[in-house]
Design a protein around this ligand. Structure first.
Ligand code: FAD
Length: 377
């Protein structure tokens, strides 16, 4: 006799900030929603290893998902923070230029930001920057007043609590091991922390598995190279700034962006601590060690802007890994948020390559995916 599998309506794989935001957004007591997370708690990977910056949406190509969802996510995040007492601060950011070429770069960024709907950008002269940041060395800067910082853990806790209060179930310590298309959904197999295996049927599966989103897509039967879904790990290390020097900085300070990152910037947290980072280099393995030998490169990047920083002021801090669709030497890629009906997998929604500004965009991604789900109902 065939054993009937348990059924759920929607399964979300991954309890990072994106999976959690989505669970909170689609939660609805009338349908069974399950979040599966391989760690014992939410947000143990990229969502707790980032700059915790609420981005404005300046850098991304016009009409890209990154641009649209970042601009909307910025607005939504400030609303959520205000309504639910999530610690945050709209401290603003300076993107600084040191020479004429970089000044031209700022002008293009200004135009791109305005095209994306970021309305409060302003080019500042050296004198105006000095009034805000007397200790830094710049020719001019682009000021973004709607950039801020957030306590990501509190945000994730809010999303989780909100989802649970509306009936969402969380299976922590459970890893998805296989996904098989059936007539009325997907059979999902998971293994818990004791090695026990369970299977259930889910009508809709949402892949929000961060660094493993390509592997989950492959489990569902997608040829990830043909689809352009292979993830490339791009590591970012931070050094903390000590020696009392953190008191010399009051805003987020960024250099002009590079082709793979926003550049080594000055990150402030809500406790007033200052970190420098992240750098950006491709790796094959997930490993969060910070290589002390990279200190020299950090100093070379920051001293032209922060001339008061000395070698003894910076110490290795933490690292994160970007789940990039962009391979080394490739052009920039957008987020993939795709209902895979055209690949013969109706009801499977993939979220792949959710690198920066994924934290900022998370509430907007959640609304975007909710609309996709509503079309399936
Ligand atoms: C260095 C760095 C700096 C950044 N700075 C910023 C910033 O300042 N502002 C900003 O907006 N964005 C920033 N980002 C981007 C942001 O951190 C990410 O976009 C966001 O955290 C992605 O969240 P996520 O939920 O998609 O992924 P994750 O947080 O990685 O969550 C995915 C989850 O899926 C789980 N999972 C994977 N496989 C399985 C499986 N088989 N079974 C069960 N669970 C599974 C994982 O355990 C993980 O918890 C930065 C990223 C990096 C790396």
């Amino acid at each position: 006799m065939a054993i009937e599998l348990e059924k759920v309506e929607i399964t979300i794989i991954g309890a990072g900030v994106v999976g959690l935001a989505l669970a909170a957004e689609i939660a609805d007591t009338s349908r069974e929603i399950l979040v599966i997370e391989r760690h014992e708690h939410f947000g143990q990977e990229t969502s707790s290893r980032n700059s915790e910056v609420i981005h404005a949406g300046i850098y991304y190509p016009k009409d890209s998902l990154k641009a649209k969802l970042c601009v909307e996510g910025n607005r939504l995040l400030y609303q959520i923070c205000a309504q639910h007492q999530i610690p945050h601060q709209k401290i603003g950011k300076l993107i600084v230029a040191l020479n004429d070429e970089e000044v031209e770069g700022l002008e293009s960024l200004l135009a791109r930001g305005r095209d994306n709907g970021v309305s409060d950008l302003q080019l500042l002269s050296q004198k105006e920057v000095r009034q805000m940041e007397p200790h830094i060395n710049v020719s001019s800067a682009l000021w973004s007043g709607s950039t801020g910082i957030i306590d990501t853990h509190s945000l994730m806790k809010y999303f989780e609590t909100s989802a649970i209060s509306k009936g969402v179930d969380f299976a922590y310590g459970c890893e998805v091991e296989s996904i098989e298309k059936k007539t009325d959904g997907y059979e999902v197999d998971i293994r818990d922390a004791d090695g026990e295996r369970f299977s259930f049927l889910s009508r809709i599966v949402i892949n929000s598995a961060g660094l493993c989103a390509d592997k989950i897509a492959a489990l569902a039967g997608i040829d990830i190279d043909a689809a352009g879904y292979r993830i490339h790990y791009c590591k970012g290390e931070y050094f903390s700034l000590g020696g009392g020097k953190h008191k010399s900085i009051h805003h987020l300070i960024y250099p002009p962006p590079t082709s793979i990152s926003l550049g080594i910037h000055v990150v402030l947290d809500l406790q007033g601590r200052v970190k420098l980072g992240p750098n950006a280099f491709y790796v094959n393995e997930i490993d969060y060690q910070v290589n002390e030998a990279h200190k020299k490169d950090f100093l070379e990047s920051v001293i032209p802007i922060l001339p008061f920083v000395e070698e003894s002021d910076i110490t290795p801090d933490m690292a994160g890994i970007r789940p990039k669709l962009q391979a080394p030497e490739d052009p920039v890629r957008d987020f993939v948020i795709s209902h895979e009906a055209t690949l013969g997998l109706p009801g499977l929604i993939n979220l792949i390559g959710i690198e920066s500004p994924g934290l900022t965009a998370s509430p907007a991604i959640a609304k975007y995916v909710k609309e996709m789900i509503e079309e399936l109902s």
